[in-house]
Design a protein around this ligand. Structure first.
Ligand code: PGA
Length: 242
């Protein structure tokens, strides 16, 4: 595991973007696993700047997002499809047909999960999986539980996750109760994992996830088993490692 701590967000975002664009420069056909949430926004901004400078192209790249809310219209401001359009897809030349996100409005959610796993299988291994970290140790929307699921599945969001995400909605009632998420098996199969963690409020959970026992009570603790894990933290999140 390679832990990197940054004293400014600008440096963290540049480093994260540099790792992703560097991979696409050397392997334009890379398969990227992408994340949403507050954490990666600055990284996407830096990737867009690199694209605008003409130093990276995404024409041959394929992406798979980790998750999507169930029941939000695609064009809803807080759907993850809309988030990705706003922060990345509208600004780069990645063909939309190569930008995959689970369909949270599919009539048959189970069939949609199976379809997503089929697409992942056809794409081969994810080269780099970008991840944020939930306050309860979730990755994607794989919430702490007595058992975790390997493939894409429907999940009921925990109360603490809905509360954490309520900041993006007008009220708690509007936060969806369910989501579709890639499973931990798929996440751990990625060749490289780039975990990004920011803020004092994540200091304890990132320390527990990376140094504590490996347990399904903290899904991110499974990342300790990954042979190529890179962790980017700001100094607040990384406080307990110093
Ligand atoms: P955040 O979410 O980046 O908005 O803090 C991270 C997560 O829940 O995975």
């Amino acid at each position: 595991m390679n832990l990197l701590t940054f004293d400014t967000h600008a440096k963290l975002h540049e480093s994260g973007a540099g790792i992703i664009t560097g991979l696409v420069q050397t392997n334009p056909r890379a398969v990227l696993g992408l994340a949403t949430g507050g954490t990666p926004i600055g990284i996407y901004e830096e990737i867009v700047k690199s694209y605008q400078r003409g130093v990276v192209r995404f024409r041959d790249t394929t992406t798979f997002n980790l998750d999507e809310y169930v029941g939000l219209p695609e064009d809803h401001a807080e759907s993850y499809r809309n988030y990705m359009n706003m922060h990345l897809f509208n600004h780069v030349d990645l063909p939309r047909a190569q930008a995959h996100i689970p369909d949270g409005n599919a009539a048959d959610a189970q069939a949609e999960c199976a379809h997503y796993d089929k697409l992942l299988e056809q794409a081969g291994q994810i080269d780099l999986q970008l991840l944020g970290l939930g306050h309860n140790g979730h990755i994607g929307f794989n919430e702490p539980d007595h058992a975790l699921i390997s493939g894409t599945h429907i999940v009921e969001l925990r109360e603490e996750t809905r509360k954490a995400n309520a900041r993006f909605f007008d009220s708690m009632e509007q936060v969806p109760s369910h989501a579709l998420t890639m499973g931990v098996g798929t996440i751990l199969k990625a060749k490289m994992i780039l975990l990004v963690v920011k803020g004092e409020d994540k200091a304890e959970i990132v320390h527990r996830a990376l140094t504590g026992p490996i347990t399904t009570d903290c899904p991110a603790s499974l990342l300790q088993t990954h042979p190529h894990l890179v962790v980017l933290m700001d100094s607040e999140a990384g406080r307990l490692f110093q």
